[in-house]
Design a protein around this ligand. Structure first.
Ligand code: GUN
Ligand code: ZN
Length: 433
């Protein structure tokens, strides 16, 4: 018997990107239907277009979910976040290294217990959905149980998530250390159990150069070669004291980035958070290798780490996307993140056009993950992970959006004034989550 088709139709204002709008407002880079229709079949995008034209394809009595003038767009993609740091948000700490020692490492010890990881994972996934984030690339902790808990919770919701066990075998409390051998064994085991299950993917996750021995980085590089379809995630060049420490730990490396390069950890599907203190050679190397940066403005401002140089990254042809870096980052909201991203650009005499900002948070993130055919845009056949932004979310948003001149204006209002209250609904594979 043929499988019955599950179909739905959503009416509203529709936005989806086709390519990077750069600094301008090139209409070839996006599709915007002020009165649009989004058609979903079996959890996938069937069509997105003008309501008048698409309505003709539907039976006259087909039920249409009416979102009024609210904005329907692909769900946000957060390319760098730590689920075990949900309870570290708003902790004290001045700079990265004391914040890690005094708060983060203390909290991460709790994830030895799978039950704790399971409870936090549920809250974390709820919070992502409330904020309109439908895909995230997440760090777990050094404990395999933390990965099991996370993937099990994500699988149950049918969410598309990338995650991995942290590799760290030095310069951290003993309870948080693995060894090169256990890192290798547990990572292989977790890849076998979870990579490719439903919409879950595995990321090989050396925390950062400071907490991995050369032997462990070699293991990470071998894993990266043995599993070319798996992701790699790490941190690089976030903070000046950290950069100086890496220079002491790896005196023969040309740069911090070069430590990872020397171990075969720069390639497609590798995402490096921060990338603040890179030089030209590093940026070119990132661009050529296919590795991408995660620009984490709320974290970089909260921890006083520094300013990501968008113009230099663009000039080098580096690919990057926006990310929250919770709990160094101070919000789960991609809208708050885009607001801070614009301020980081402004502090350097640069601009972040609202169209570019929303591109980075959707299709830009999908491209960094190599998933642009599956998520991040309303391409026919793509997975129907999408969100509804509420033009009346707050009295001030209602007042400002009523006076919006055009799409760019509307997006700037959302990214400047919006947070979780602006996300009216979040859909995963076409279903309200
Ligand atoms: N560098 C190494 N570990 C971390 C972490 O947990 N958060 C941030 N922001 N940077 C790091
Ligand atoms: Zn991080």
């Amino acid at each position: 018997m043929a499988h019955p088709i599950e179909a739905s139709a959503h009416r509203g204002q529709i936005l989806s990107f086709l390519s990077d709008p750069g600094e301008g407002n090139d209409p070839a880079c996006y599709q915007h239907f002020a009165e649009g229709l989004l058609l979903i079949e079996n959890g996938r995008i069937a069509a997105a277009g003008p309501e008048a034209a698409l309505r003709r394809q539907l039976p006259a009595d087909f039920p249409i979910i009416d979102h009024g003038r609210n904005l329907l767009m692909p769900g946000f993609i957060d390319t760098h976040i730590h689920y075990p740091q949900t309870d570290v948000i708003a902790a004290g700490g001045r700079h990265l290294l004391d914040w890690l020692n005094d708060y983060t490492f203390v909290e991460e010890r709790r994830f030895a217990l799978r039950t704790h990881g399971a409870e936090v994972a549920e809250f974390f996934l709820d919070e992502l959905a409330r904020n309109g984030t439908t895909t995230a690339m997440a760090f777990c902790t050094v404990h395999a149980a933390s990965v099991e808990a996370f993937f099990a919770a994500a699988e149950q919701r049918g969410a598309r998530m990338v995650a991995g066990k942290v590799l760290m075998d030095r310069n951290a409390p003993a309870e948080l250390l693995d060894t090169p051998q256990s890192a290798d064994r547990e990572t292989r085991d977790l890849i076998e159990r979870w990579d490719g299950v439903e919409r879950l993917s595995y990321a090989i996750t050396p925390r950062f150069a400071c907490t991995s021995s050369v032997a462990q980085l070699e293991i990470a590089g071998r894993l990266a070669r043995d599993f070319p379809d798996c992701y790699i995630q790490s941190h690089v060049a976030e903070n000046q004291a950290e950069v100086a420490w890496v220079r002491e730990l790896f005196p023969s490396a040309r740069s911090y980035l070069d430590v990872y390069d020397g171990h075969g950890l720069l390639r497609d599907k590798a995402i490096y958070a921060h990338c603040i203190y890179l030089d030209e050679a590093d940026r070119e190397r990132m661009a050529r290798s296919g590795a991408c940066a995660a620009f984490c403005p709320t974290s970089n401002l909260y921890l006083g780490s520094g300013l990501f140089d968008l113009r230099a990254a663009d000039a080098a042809g580096m690919h990057y996307s926006t990310a929250t870096d919770v709990g160094g980052g101070s919000s789960f909201s991609m809208l708050r993140t885009l607001d801070e991203a614009r301020k980081v650009a402004r502090l350097q005499g640069q601009d972040l056009h609202p169209l570019r900002a929303f591109f980075l948070a959707t299709l830009g993130g999908a491209r960094c993950l190599g998933l642009e055919r599956s998520i991040g845009a309303f391409t026919p056949g793509a997975e129907a992970d999408f969100i509804e932004l509420d033009l009346q979310a707050t009295p001030l948003i209602a007042r400002r959006t009523a006076a919006a001149q055009d799409l760019s204006d509307l997006l700037r209002i959302f990214m400047t004034l919006g947070d979780d209250r602006a996300i009216k609904s979040t859909y995963l594979m076409g279903r309200l989550s």
